[in-house]
Design a protein around this ligand. Sequence first.
Ligand code: ATP
Ligand code: MG
Length: 181
Amino acid sequence: MFLKRIELQGFKSFADKSVINFDSDVIGIVGPNGCGKSNINDAIRWVLGEQSVKSLRGSSMSDVIFSGSTQRKAVNMAEVTLVFDNSKHILNVDFEEVEVTRKLHRQSGEGEYFINKAPCRLKDIVNLVMDTGLGRDSLSIISQGNISAFADAKPEERRALFEEAAGVAKYKKRKNESLSK
Ligand code: ATP
Ligand code: MG
């Protein structure tokens, strides 16, 4: 399974519809400061269910919607679609290609979620990607600063990252949940 394409419209600095095709296993996004590299990372995590405004570098969720520039008016809706190759059926659906979409309307604050264009709940997206290595807290996306944070981490913190990578973290989480009941 890999990310084939991302489509953004009205998300952060991507006012117009932008389609980015990822046609290789290893992808580098380069460009000058402020050109939108981290916004692409934010968009991917947002669709996969990120609910933490702080981790999306905003102060309210509507901060992900294009807020205008010297050239352009603000827009009222952000929409991002991720298209995954699912030929190995790692995502537990019948489709060879899976499209996951999230929208946010500025006025109502309402969010909309879709899997292959069919409306669904945020929970359905979270469940779809859980335990595939793609989930919100997985290590499939290494953001700016993560590498130096890893190098500077205390041994216990570093161990937590190895546990996440080894897939042990979810069992530890479940164990702690049942112990606290
Ligand atoms: P760096 O190399 O410094 O990390 P970057 O390429 O990662 O830069 P981003 O953080 O992705 O840059 O993009 C920052 C830009 O996105 C800023 O110019 C900021 O004004 C713009 N931006 C962020 N949110 C919005 C928004 N809601 N509406 C319009 N522009 C936005
Ligand atoms: Mg950045």
